[in-house]
Design a binder for this molecule. Structure first.
Ligand code: NAD
Ligand code: ZN
Length: 252
């Protein structure tokens, strides 16, 4: 680790120490160390158009079984992954009364698994699902295991046999308005927005840093790769989020 990187990490931790109303915004990068790949890193599966098409709202309508195959291929370990030190850090900051909300693009449920309670999942969750016909709700993990073992191709409702869809916002779906509004409210009232593991290119979530800055908050970005918001941030700490999480947990 170079001196400047170590200094940036220390500055990021110091900023967290002095803040009192932190909001965290997390993307797929916070979960890569848990074994769930992101889409945009080099070697990511983003370029595979066929898989991305299958995982869209239209893909689900045309071929729901193909949707499940593609999702489990794009996000292996989704239902087995355990939270990382970075997830644990955010949960601890909430317990200390310093963090008011985690806003996440992730659909893996790992913030809640780490103990975070105020979590706004703007892209929904793969952990739960609903019958498309009678709206019965389901925990999805057992279905994913059955698909992986080749026992079923498509989760179906025990009551009415209609397909079950995970509670996720797909490409082509609308954002859940109430969740988005709560996220915006939290950002407008924070004194520090901590961005973790997001390339900040998915709109409208990528608007949140602008919103935080407009309302006078500090912006701290912890990410492996540069983002378009780095030049506006108070601190940019490059590097691995788990390392950052482990170090920060010793100081916060
Ligand atoms: P992204 O793939 O656009 O960006 C991830 C960012 O995290 C990249 O900039 C990368 O450099 C960084 N990163 C990756 N691993 C890191 C690590 N260990 N330490 C520090 N930085 C790291 O992710 P996104 O902006 O969240 O957008 C992808 C979309 O796909 C999201 O909207 C989400 O819904 C979905 N998705 C979710 C999951 C998940 O729930 N775990 C996984 C893949 C994709
Ligand atoms: Zn049903």
């Amino acid at each position: 680790m170079t001196n400047t990187v170590a200094q940036a990490i220390e500055q990021a931790i110091a900023a967290l120490q002095s803040a009192t109303r932190i909001v965290a915004f997390s993307g797929a990068g916070i979960s890569t160390d848990a074994g769930i790949p992101d889409f945009r890193s080099r070697g990511g599966l983003w370029e595979d158009d066929r898989l991305m098409e299958l995982m869209s709202a239209r893909g689900f309508r045309h071929d729901p079984a193909g949707f499940y195959q593609a999702s489990l291929q794009l996000m292996p370990n989704l239902h087995r992954a355990q939270p990382t030190a970075a997830h644990q850090l955010l949960a601890r900051l909430e317990t200390q009364g310093k963090l008011t909300a985690v806003i996440t693009q992730n659909i893996d449920g790992l913030h809640q698994a780490a103990g975070s309670r105020a979590v706004y999942e703007i892209h929904g969750s793969f952990r739960t699902g609903h019958c498309l016909d009678c709206r019965a709700s389901y925990q999805m993990a057992a279905f994913y295991e059955q698909i992986e073992r080749g026992e079923i191709r498509l989760p179906r409702c025990a009551r009415c046999n209609a397909p079950i869809k995970p509670d996720v916002v797909l490409f082509g779906d609308l954002l859940p308005f109430a969740v988005w509004e709560s996220a915006v409210n939290a950002v407008e009232q924070c004194d520090l927005l901590l961005v973790t593991g997001s390339s900040l290119v998915v709109y409208p979530a990528a608007e949140l840093p602008n919103l935080a800055l407009k309302h006078g908050a500090r912006l701290v970005i912890v990410n492996r790769e540069p983002t378009d918001y780095d030049r506006l941030a108070h601190v940019v700490a490059p590097g691995e989020l788990s390392d950052f999480g482990r170090l920060a947990l010793t100081k916060l």
